[in-house]
Design a protein around this ligand. Structure first.
Ligand code: PMV
Length: 334
């Protein structure tokens, strides 16, 4: 099974009945997401099938708007700027959009991001999820959430969770074609829940998540413990969300992120995204929550920046410690 087989399986029937409309293709939106229980490791690198399930919270108004129009040849425009066709980003997006060439392509793609610039947030998740939504809007495929998630996953694993708002579980699935590996939204909301972006560095990553995951799975002796850890953390985080209990959620999410980073540190050669400034910020968070302090925990992805997990009432005091904190309210429209 390759990615093209999956696209064909989902679209073959539909494409016959629809045509992509060049003129009035709407611009559509997908939110970025931050995992509270991480996805780290693939069981199939072509289809981006994960070893474990994972769980994220969508970033509300922070994400990507995308619009596609059928064109004579492929092009990418990001935030109004045409991207060089041989750049990494255009090459990756071009290869992805090529999967859809028999269903109305080639396409000209235009995206704009509402993710705070340089906040250390990966934008690939919202980018791929918004591109699928834009294709669907232009071509009238009428994808359901499962299909949207599966197609977005072929672009980047975490994009499978960027297809909806709120808390989202990406169920790992068992099938070799991955048709059971997709997002499932949780019904629970948490209006006071906040994410805080602490940027310590915004330069290029020493190693991308694709290569880092592969290296971890293949060489880290610590990876063997990861699937069982994730299974327990998923149960705890879901229970904490149901109870809106930050004191239960924070420690599990933080320990999950730290464990993910330690599996990477055990790879050969080690994958180490932590900078001295990352460790400094982690220690400040740990100090802040000493008895009588602020209930705040952190999570981290494939990079050196921190994302704080807290509730609305702690925002003012956190801003004193982290003056440049970007605060995201995942359950408000703002
Ligand atoms: O979707 P990718 O290949 O960029 O991987 C993302 C992996 C993490 O962000 C580190 C964890 C996650 O679950 O989002």
């Amino acid at each position: 099974m390759n990615a093209q087989d999956i696209v064909d399986q989902i679209l073959a029937e539909r494409a016959r009945a629809s045509a992509c409309a060049p003129a009035d293709a709407p611009e559509v939106y997908a939110p970025a997401n931050i995992a509270l229980v991480k996805y780290w490791g693939k069981r199939d690198t072509e289809l981006n099938l994960p070893v474990t399930s994972s769980l994220s919270v969508s970033m509300g108004a922070h994400g990507t708007f995308a619009k596609v129009t059928p064109a004579d040849s492929f092009s990418v425009t990001i935030d109004g700027e045409v991207i060089a066709p041989d750049s990494t980003i255009a090459t990756r997006m071009g290869a992805y959009l090529d999967l859809f060439k028999n269903y109305g392509g080639p396409f000209a793609l235009a995206t704009r991001s509402t993710v705070p610039v340089g906040a250390g947030l990966a934008s690939s998740a919202s980018a791929f999820a918004s591109v699928v939504a834009a294709l669907d809007a232009a071509c009238g495929w009428d994808l359901n959430l499962r299909e949207h998630s599966i197609l977005a996953r072929l672009g980047s694993g975490s994009a499978s969770r960027s297809v909806t708002t709120g808390f989202v579980e990406w169920v790992a699935g068992e099938r070799s074609d991955g048709m059971d590996s997709h997002a499932r939204p949780l019904a629970e909301t948490w209006p006071d829940f906040r994410l805080g972006l602490v940027k310590v560095h915004d330069g290029p990553k020493p190693v991308g998540s694709r290569e880092a995951m592969l290296r971890t799975v293949e060489t880290s002796p610590l990876y063997a413990a990861w699937p069982e850890k994730v299974a327990g953390d998923l149960r705890s985080v879901k229970a904490a969300i149901l109870a809106r209990d930050l004191g239960a959620l924070g420690p599990v999410a933080e320990a999950n992120a730290v464990a993910m980073h330690f599996t990477m540190h055990g790879a050969v050669p080690p994958v180490d995204y932590w900078l001295p400034a990352s460790r400094e910020a982690m220690h400040r968070v740990i100090e802040l929550r000493q008895p009588g302090g602020v209930p705040v925990w952190f999570t981290m992805d494939a990079g050196p920046n921190l994302k704080l997990l807290f509730e609305a009432r702690s925002e003012a005091v956190l801003r004193e410690t982290f003056p440049k904190l970007e605060v995201v309210a995942p359950f408000s429209n703002g």
